[in-house]
Design a protein around this ligand. Structure first.
Ligand code: GLU
Length: 640
């Protein structure tokens, strides 16, 4: 192999743009301190509007990592009053997936990341699809050839392969010997003119350091030459391929410059390419944008997120998991961005106001528990805005799920004259705090769709037990601290509300006003568990003690009542509160369920029909109680 003469690199001067010399830019100038230009130290935000871009290749779909990149660029533009561009980097036509471009548009719009300039919407710097800009890249490549920063390389694939093999066998790093850089401009133009196959390489002087918004001073200021045992080699990247199409590096840099991009926020996987991009900016005598590389997403074991561990395309979150756009955007925003707000729950508009470039270095662990926490938080927000389109969407999805699960006949029995969406809406509003997916929500609240006949309840077990050793004089009258019979009475009383008053407020007021204390204090065992004394001993208590005992008794009773009603109305399943459940089920279903529950527990009421002896005091209390209409709560007629 013929040795090529070694060019005298020292004689060449690295070109540095004016702004870099002033220490303004992200690029190193000799002797100047490498720093970020005109950014707020606390927020890392630029002083002026940022023009950012998301530049996906249609070789795949949007996934969690790329959504985050798009989002950060979008938010930076919005926060600073700038513009967010979408550019399709489809230089690698062979790897382009049919339909991927349309999916990117759909997914970005689903997430709410509408671009200000780009395909479909157009803009003054278009076209925004790189496959339509080939001439621009060629023109700029020729400029570089003309000013000596690039050269045509006519080396055949065979020669390059042989060279690479030779170096590899010698245990040397890859490199190009720059053979074609020595070809004269005239010969090069002539050979190209004659149609000889060639690529165009950038004649890199050196790979400079740059200032990264996230990582600070980055790179090695690497000279682009290596003299080893065999020869001097260079790392001169290809700009224009033999088919005349640009490589990613060329198209990316040319477009970022021509589209006047001020900030490039992208994944750390591109960090290694940035010195080359900066070298290219230098060759063109252009000022590079500010770069900010966002950390890699990893799973809990530190593995890079991949298709296998959920860095899957958005469809999975959107369609399979039924995640709201707001949830996913919120989740993506928190992947590496830190804020000082008390809550982590933000919608897109809030993020637009809050976002800054305080991005953490180092890998970002993706914890999917957070996704479900945020989903519940956003469900609550949507549900509390009755007219929100998102609530309507939740209702629609849940309606579809319910219809796919239960027969029309079964649903008709529950609904009566109501429509399914009008039945589902208050249910969603009442239990939005637990909403994750329509399927999970239905499974949690399935009892709302069962008829009185199909509703199954486990055997009733009281919430509170009686004291462990009841005295011989006070044998327990029930297995529960609160007599079941009193729960039956209370449950019936709560249904004695006319349909016109069957509302949340009425039920809440009636439950609150119900005199649970008497029911407990009349039962010796229950009274003891409430910390009071049986009625026979009441006379020995001070008024304050009496009041405290009544309060404790009422508390005990209400706890048991709620427990009993939940069991009676929904088989004990967690879900909306009791008043809400009564309203959603409606009067008829509520009454039926309470009647069934009573029938099921009647056997548990001891001494049914056997009247216990009431002492004189107790009888007076009971007589007074019979006049008591406190259970009617707000419906009770005002006493004179
Ligand atoms: N087309 C590149 C990608 O798909 C863009 C990288 C960049 O943002 O510069 O990730």
């Amino acid at each position: 192999m013929m040795r090529r003469p070694i060019p005298n690199l020292r004689a060449r001067q690295t070109w540095i743009c004016t702004q870099c010399r002033a220490g303004y830019s992200s690029v190193a100038a000799p002797g100047s301190k490498l720093r970020m230009g005109n950014h707020n130290r606390k927020t890392n935000l630029p002083d002026g509007p940022a023009r950012t871009r998301f530049a996906p290749s249609p070789t795949g779909y949007l996934h969690l990592g790329s959504l985050r990149t798009a989002l950060f660029n979008y938010l930076l533009a919005k926060r600073t009053g700038g513009q967010f561009l979408l550019r399709i980097e489809d230089t690698d036509q062979k790897r382009t997936i049919p339909g991927a471009e349309q999916r990117l548009y759909d997914d970005l719009r689903w997430a709410g990341l509408q671009w200000d300039e780009g395909p479909i919407v157009g803009g003054p710097y278009g076209p925004y699809r790189q496959s339509e800009r080939t001439e621009t890249y060629r023109k700029h490549t020729h400029e570089l050839i003309d000013n000596g920063h690039a050269y045509r390389c006519f080396c055949s694939a065979e020669r390059l392969d042989a060279h690479a093999r030779h170096r590899s066998e010698a245990g040397l790093a890859p490199g190009y010997d720059r053979r074609c850089a020595e070809i004269s401009a005239a010969e090069s133009a002539e050979r190209a003119h004659k149609g000889e196959a060639h690529v165009v390489r950038l004649k890199v002087e050196g790979y400079p350091m740059f200032y990264d918004i996230v990582y600070g001073k980055t790179g090695q200021n690497r000279p682009n030459t290596k003299l080893d045992l065999i020869e001097r080699v260079y790392d001169d990247p290809i700009l224009l391929k033999s088919d005349g199409h640009p490589t990613y590096h060329l198209a990316n840099v040319v477009d970022d410059h021509l589209m006047e991009i001020t900030h490039v926020i992208r994944g750390t996987e591109w960090m290694a390419s940035t010195p080359l991009h900066v070298a290219l900016y230098n060759a063109f005598k252009w000022t590079p944008p500010q770069f900010g590389h966002v950390p890699l997403l990893v799973d809990k074991s530190g593995q890079k997120l991949s298709k296998r561990n959920a860095d899957i395309d958005l469809t999975f979150f959107k369609d399979t998991q039924s995640i709201f756009a707001a949830t996913l955007v919120n989740f993506a925003a928190l992947l590496g961005w830190s804020h000082t707000q008390k809550s982590d729950v933000f919608n897109l508009e809030e993020l637009e106001q809050l976002f800054n470039l305080k991005i953490t270095r180092g890998n970002t662990v993706v914890a999917f528990e957070k996704l479900w926490f945020l989903q519940k938080a956003h469900a609550q927000r949507f549900a509390s805005a009755p007219e929100s389109p998102e609530l309507q969407d939740m209702v629609h999805k849940l309606t579809t799920t319910v219809e796919a699960t239960y027969s029309k006949e079964q649903l008709a029995q529950i609904l009566n004259t109501r429509t399914l969406p009008s039945y589902i809406t208050p249910l969603l509003q009442a239990d939005a705090k637990s909403y994750t997916t329509p399927e999970d929500f239905l499974s949690r609240n399935q009892t709302f769709f069962q008829t009185a006949a199909t509703l199954t309840r486990p055997a009733y077990t009281p919430a509170s037990s009686p004291p462990s050793s009841p005295s011989a004089t006070n044998p327990p009258t029930t297995t529960a601290a609160v007599p079941l019979s009193s729960l039956h009475t209370a449950a019936t009383a709560l249904t004695l509300v006319p349909p016109s008053h069957w509302t949340l407020d009425t039920h809440r007021a009636n439950i609150a006003a119900y005199d649970g204390a008497s029911a407990v204090l009349e039962s010796p065992s229950a009274s003891a568990s409430a910390g009071g004394r049986p009625l026979e001993q009441e006379g020995q208590q001070s008024p304050a003690e009496l009041e405290a005992a009544r309060k404790a008794a009422d508390k005990l009773f209400k706890k048991e009542l709620y427990h009993y009603l939940r069991w009676a109305l929904s088989g004990g399943a967690p879900g909306p509160g009791i008043p809400e459940t009564m309203v959603i089920l409606g009067r008829e279903q509520t009454v039926r369920r309470l009647q069934d529950a009573k029938a099921l527990t009647l056997e548990m009421v001891p001494n049914r029909g056997v009247k216990r002896y009431k002492g004189p005091q107790e009888s007076a209390a009971a007589a007074e109680k019979s006049k008591d209409i406190s259970w009617m709560g707000s419906l009770a007629p005002k006493r004179a």
